[in-house]
Design a protein around this ligand. Structure first.
Ligand SMILES: O=C(O)COP(=O)(O)O
Ligand SMILES: [Mg+2]
Length: 223
């Protein structure tokens, strides 16, 4: 019997990246004299990767952003974010213990994030989490990304899992919608960066701490 593949989102699910995202974003928009955004703005800004985050920050400040200006701003963000990594970003409480017990129970685990692969890989590596995951796919790894369920399924395939035995765990609409669109059971975590209450996302289950992510829960949701 093939083991279930547990697919985790990254920002706001495995790792609390908010302080560094906000800092790098503010560094980037300051080059255009825009006022800094706050932590409370982040839930509206993250989710679709750095390019969209920059575009949304300009929109939030009512500043025009011609397409041809985006590459330089994106480079500015990437350079700043990469240089500081892992900065203040940390795994959420109880994560490592949860990964340990799920690995011991034989589950295959993978990461499916809309963050660029070149940022996701070193972040996971510098927080010493890489060895838990059989595959790590970013928002630019394939030609599609969350909320397209193909992103989850291609990640599972890369991890050597089977598409009918998958559990998606995420913090926001993209994750849960991708799961729902693919008929995949899902868990929403309530400690991430959703701009709506996670109970409204339509996940199969909601957790408030990784100590609730038990082997029994995974088995029950993927039966
Ligand atoms: O960085 C983003 O915008 C989204 O990243 P996530 O898919 O890991 O939440
Ligand atoms: Mg997320």
């Amino acid at each position: 019997m093939t083991a279930t593949t547990i697919v985790f989102d990254l920002d706001g699910t495995l790792i609390d990246t908010a302080p560094d995202l906000v800092e790098s974003l503010n560094h980037t928009i300051a080059t255009r004299d825009l006022q800094p955004v706050g932590y409370e703005d982040l839930t509206h800004l993250v989710g679709q990767g750095a390019r969209v985050m920059i575009q949304r920050a300009f929109a939030l400040r009512g500043a025009p952003l011609p397409d041809e200006d985006i590459p330089a701003l994106l480079d500015c963000f990437i350079d700043h974010y990469e240089a500081g990594m892992p900065g203040k970003s940390r795994p959420y409480p109880g994560l490592v213990e949860a990964l340990e017990r799920l690995r011991a129970a034989g589950f295959r685990m993978a990461v499916c994030t809309n963050k660029m692969e070149r940022l996701a890989l070193p972040l996971v590596e510098r927080l010493e989490l890489t060895s838990y995951f059989t595959a790590i796919a970013g928002g630019d790894t394939f030609a599609f990304r969350k909320p397209d369920p193909a992103h989850i399924l291609a990640t599972v395939e890369r991890a050597g899992g089977t598409p009918d035995k998958v559990l998606m765990i995420g913090d926001s609409i993209n994750d849960i919608l991708a799961a729902r669109n693919g008929d995949i059971p899902s868990i929403a975590v309530n400690f991430g960066y959703s701009d709506v209450p996670v109970e409204e996302l339509g996940a199969s289950h909601v957790i408030g701490h990784f100590n609730e992510l038990t082997v029994e829960l995974v088995e029950r949701l993927t039966r």
